[in-house]
Design a protein around this ligand. Structure first.
Ligand code: GLU
Ligand code: MG
Length: 437
């Protein structure tokens, strides 16, 4: 069969779906300069393919301009087509970033962080997902036998990630039914979010091709475990030297690390709708699911919103390199660009405000009365997307951070999405989202 190979130029938009348009590979040079045409109202296409209220209507023209450094060419050598995609920025025709371009929003956030602190953010997104083929017997969490059944899939995922420019780290049979996790090495700035988009796309593609389709849905069964996206973060200074750790400070948090985390926790109730943005995300964010239900910092605690992760070495230099903290209230219905932008802005705000490092919690917060929580500045996170969006809207800071237009459009998008599943039962809602993510 004749073929004109195509390159798919993509954005991960407000819905967290990777969308775009393809062009002939042989026109790559031209397209990498000029981009492909894009329509403002596309940002209001919800994950259910409905169009939420759009201030743009049928008007406007934009360009989606690929960033050549993100291009992926992946031949799985299974006789199927070679996958080619490249991530990019949505710009006005004159080349200025568009207000609702998630990747541009992240670039602005990272620039602000560097401006206020001299710190550059390093991050890695850890993904949990589930096989859509229910094949697991009981007692197979972390099991060798169960891993063995999926070894070929895991090995192909790891190979494909490497080809895609991702540094594969671990692949595991997670605790949940048919649940897996894939982790990768850290990247600097925007690349960390690019990598997260690639991990989802590549893992899904391999699953489809190998007859083991997977879903990254935040929660599949309201009675089961959730699929989290945990964002590991650390800092380097202008010279690339580790800048997160201070061996003499409480819990090893360098001063700016403490303020950054304090900023995330202070603003967490108003940014969680950017990091966990689906109607079912809030079923996952409930106590005793090892996700996050309060705006707390934990030390090696997997129920904390932010967790200080373990370092394994006794040498201070190596500890400085390994030391990182993890944000656990994210899931794969969120665009990785928006997740990292929200965290970078809230953290930069914490540094600007000179916030003190948070106290580490060491107990089950769901057992503390509200008054005790309030004394310690702890709050239960919003318990529904509707509530989380109200908090987002009420916090004047967020409009300053991501821009009033982006905020308004995002709220319209998410409220439109919310209306789609309003009349469904929780289980039906999960199924709707599972069909998409
Ligand atoms: N599945 C849990 C979540 O939803 C995380 C379990 C873990 O600590 O790996 O975030
Ligand atoms: Mg896990």
């Amino acid at each position: 069969m004749i073929s004109n190979p195509l390159m798919f130029a993509a954005t991960s938009d407000f819905s967290g779906v990777t969308r775009g348009k393809a062009f002939p590979l042989k026109e790559m040079e031209k397209r990498f300069r000029q981009g492909v045409g894009w329509t403002p109202t596309n940002v209001q296409i919800t994950c259910f393919d409905t169009i939420a209220e759009s201030p743009f209507g049928s008007f406007g023209d934009l360009i989606l301009v690929p960033d050549a450094d993100t291009a992926v060419t992946l031949d799985l050598e299974d006789g199927g087509p070679v996958e080619r995609f490249v991530l990019g920025d949505i710009l006005h025709l004159d080349g200025d970033p568009w207000s609702c371009c998630t990747r541009s929003i992240l670039k602005t956030a990272l620039k602000r962080l560097e401006g206020v602190s001299g710190l550059r953010l390093v991050a890695a997104f850890e993904h949990e997902f589930q096989s859509r083929n229910p094949a697991q017997g009981p007692g197979e969490a972390f099991g060798l036998a169960s891993f063995g059944k999926h070894r070929a899939f895991g090995e192909t995922v790891m190979a494909a990630l490497e080809v895609a420019g991702v540094k594969p780290d671990t692949f595991l049979k997670e605790y949940g039914a048919d649940q897996f996790e894939v982790t990768n090495g850290p990247d600097l700035g925007v690349t960390a979010a690019d990598t997260a988009v690639k991990v989802r796309a590549v893992t899904k593609l391999v699953g489809e091709r190998m007859g083991e389709p997977v879903t990254f849905v935040p929660i599949r069964d309201p009675a089961g475990v959730g699929n989290g996206v945990h964002v590991h973060m650390s800092f380097v200074d202008e010279n690339g030297a580790p800048a997160t750790y201070d061996p003499d400070a409480p819990w090893g948090m360098a001063q700016k690390t403490g303020s950054f985390i304090a900023g995330i926790l202070k603003y967490m109730d108003s940014i969680v709708s950017l990091t966990a943005p689906s109607a079912i995300s809030y079923t996952r964010l409930t106590p005793h699911r090892w996700s996050a239900a309060y705006n707390n910092l934990g030390y090696h605690d997997r129920e904390a919103a932010v967790r200080i992760c373990p370092v394994t070495s006794a040498s201070a230099e190596s500890a400085a390199k390994q030391y990182n903290f993890e944000y656990r209230a994210a899931d794969a219905t969120a665009s990785p660009y928006l997740v990292l932008a929200a965290l970078a802005h809230a953290g930069a705000q914490g540094i600007e405000e000179g916030l003190a490092a948070p106290q580490v919690t060491e107990e089950d917060l769901s057992e503390l009365p509200a008054a005790k929580l309030a004394e310690r500045g702890l709050v239960r996170l919003p318990q529904s997307l509707g509530e989380a969006l109200d908090r987002l809207e009420e916090n004047p800071r967020v409009a300053e951070w991501i821009g009033a237009e982006a905020l308004d459009v995002y709220l319209k998008h998410k409220r439109g999405e919310l209306a789609q599943t309003a009349d469904l039962s929780e289980a039906e809602r999960c199924a709707r989202y599972e069909a998409v993510y």
